[in-house]
Design a binder for this molecule. Structure first.
Ligand SMILES: N[C@@H](CCC(=O)N[C@@H](CS)C(=O)NCC(=O)O)C(=O)O
Length: 213
């Protein structure tokens, strides 16, 4: 049994999408971020970094990082098709997009959502958010251009765990208003990912509505 520690509006959503898509046996433990449960002693024993998500594996070990959880599930449940096999030519592009989204786009978003962690000067917060918004839009433009030529998914016709992560990030729009209007190929990806029954079940549980205009 896998145990996902999750909260609404957190990066647990991408890992949750992959668990539901994979058919893995899993249970959920809600760590309510809005109530600060991620900073309480019980959860710090699970993830001392006080971040969501984390996942307990059947052997009792625990990992964090949404992309790592998604990749582990994809590799352990290969029939789900969530990741190309290690010797598949698509494995490289798959890893590149998964890491790019998690390691470049997502941190730019975190700079927008937690600007006070970047500067000790409260007056600097607005400028950090403005800069983060610019960077996020430029990064979406790159993803959009790729999807325009090679979509509808990041690997073309085939859905993967990278698309689940891309979809989750595309729903975080405070940091990039009108993402779907500005980036229509991102919108097309989001619509196709959201239309998958497993994704829709998890989205609803996380209060993520249908792809809006
Ligand atoms: N690189 C981590 C980022 C995790 C992360 O920052 N999660 C946020 C929610 S989206 C969180 O736990 N924030 C609470 C905090 O930083 O206090 C991942 O991809 O899992």
């Amino acid at each position: 049994m896998y145990t996902l520690y999750w909260s609404h509006n957190s990066a647990s959503i991408a890992a949750h999408y992959c668990l539901e898509e994979s058919g893995a046996p899993y249970e959920l433990v809600l760590i309510d971020m809005e109530k600060g449960a991620h900073k309480q002693a019980d959860y710090l024993r699970i993830n001392p970094a006080a971040k969501l998500p984390a996942m307990k594996l059947p052997d009792g070990s625990i990992i964090s990082e949404c992309a790592a959880i998604s990749l582990l599930i994809a590799d352990r449940f290969p029939k789900s098709g969530l990741a190309p096999a290690i010797d598949d030519p698509e494995r490289g592009p798959f890893l590149m997009w998964l890491y790019h989204l998690n390691n470049t786009l997502q941190p730019a978003m975190l700079r927008y959502y937690y600007p006070d962690r970047i500067t000790a000067d409260p007056k600097g917060v607005g400028a950090i958010q403005e800069k983060a918004k610019e960077e996020i839009a430029a990064l979406w433009a790159r993803v959009d251009a790729h999807l325009g030529k090679n979509g509808p998914f990041l690997l073309g016709a085939k859905f993967s765990a990278a698309d689940a992560l891309c979809y989750m990030l595309s729903t975080w729009q405070d940091c990039c208003p009108d993402t779907y209007r500005r980036f229509p190929n991102v919108r097309r990806l989001a619509e196709q990912v959201r239309a998958r029954p497993a994704i829709a079940r998890v989205a609803e549980m996380n209060h993520v509505g249908p792809v809006a205009a």
